[in-house]
Design a protein around this ligand. Sequence first.
Ligand code: FAD
Length: 422
Amino acid sequence: MTKHAALWNPLANDSHPAGWISSDAITLSNLIRQGIQPSPLMVCSGGTSSRCAADGLWTLDLRARHRQMVISEAGDEVEIGAGLSMAEVLEGLQTRGRSIPVGLSTVPGCGFVLTGGISPLSRSQGLAMDHIVGLRGVWGNGDCFELSAPVSPHEEQQQWRGLLGAAPFLAIVTAIRLRTQELTPLVIWRSIGSAQQLSIAMEVAEQWNHSASLQWTWNERIELFIVCFANDAAAIKAVESLKTRLGHCPESSMTMVPGQHAQPPFGSLARSTDLQGRIHTEIVSKLGPAWGQRWPALMAELEQLMRRRPHPGCQISAQQLGGKSSQVPVSRTSFLHRDAIWKPWCTAAWSAGDTKGRDRALEWLWQTNNLVSDYCPGAHLAQIHPHLSCHKAELHDAFQDWLPGLNQLKTHHDPHGLLPPL
Ligand SMILES: Cc1cc2nc3c(=O)[nH]c(=O)nc-3n(C[C@H](O)[C@H](O)[C@H](O)COP(=O)(O)OP(=O)(O)OC[C@H]3O[C@@H](n4cnc5c(N)ncnc54)[C@H](O)[C@@H]3O)c2cc1C
């Protein structure tokens, strides 16, 4: 078949795949048994990462066929097809006064949930992944599966753990059953700050024990983006106090929205003009504990790197987690870094077709990533990079001593390497 619709990610969208597959789970299972070559098979759910389609490889596009959404009678659970975007899921749930914690944008698809799903609400509601209660799909060897949590036999526990955080290497998930949360209005404060003000905000945020979370992105300017529940008086007081401490800023605004489906765009204050032309990007995400007094030293080095960024699209951002997301046992999922408070991510950007620009942007990315890794040694595999030199190191930083367990699962469930390598 031809492409179902344009891909959100320009790098993936500009690639020339061998072809597109759009099929139900049974047909997919048969196709896998007949053999799909060349491999690995790319999987596209929301189509927002650089690796959902690639030159010369097949892409399984889940967006066309896997679009069901079934909300339980009580509204406390929802089953979603893996081709729905988070915007579509929230839209369906809000009619029943329910929600799930999604990220800083509602554009991503189910890859967001399967790779962890860090939300500005994770500190009070956990990761999106922590809401999964059931999964259906097809292993890389073509076997269909349907799993529920909790599972008792040892092997199924391992399978469950593997799928929650490492699914892209093992299986194609076609449907996800999730616990839902009550839809609650949010207060969002956005502002522009200097590196010193960011430093203050981070130190303050690390002390928070309520629903507020700090996100920031550093491009031409630094945008601060704080989210908390509108019914959390302690959080609102803390945000007001930080606002007063940082002083007046003309761009500062505090808004109340009915839920994440209406959250303002993160990052738009950090840049005064939109980037021109087609921009390709690669993103590397890290995870780490509180930075405390170490932040000023890191800030000085980041300022240097930001001054030398090779393209205006290159940027550094971070989001805050912890709280509820740290309460899930490490052994339950493949998201191991449960002690993480910060997820910084670095974006390398270049103009499409500019190979020298790509090299420069990636070189800047490695330098920035090396620096950030000293503070945040864990990796968040929200985007996978089997096509880049960092792949092996990222797998190690993400899965650590669980990597041999994942490799065992891969040997059993994806012995011919249909999916990207571990
Ligand atoms: C604008 C924007 C904002 C974001 N904000 C956040 C945020 O706040 N928090 C956060 O944690 N992340 C965030 N992300 C990162 C995003 O969650 C990840 O990149 C995620 O993997 C994207 O999923 P997708 O389905 O949209 O992308 P896709 O490119 O379709 O998929 C991403 C990867 O996951 C694998 N995959 C996807 N679906 C399946 C499936 N059903 N079965 C098996 N493997 C699958 C694919 O192999 C692919 O490599 C953001 C991304 C964007 C573009």
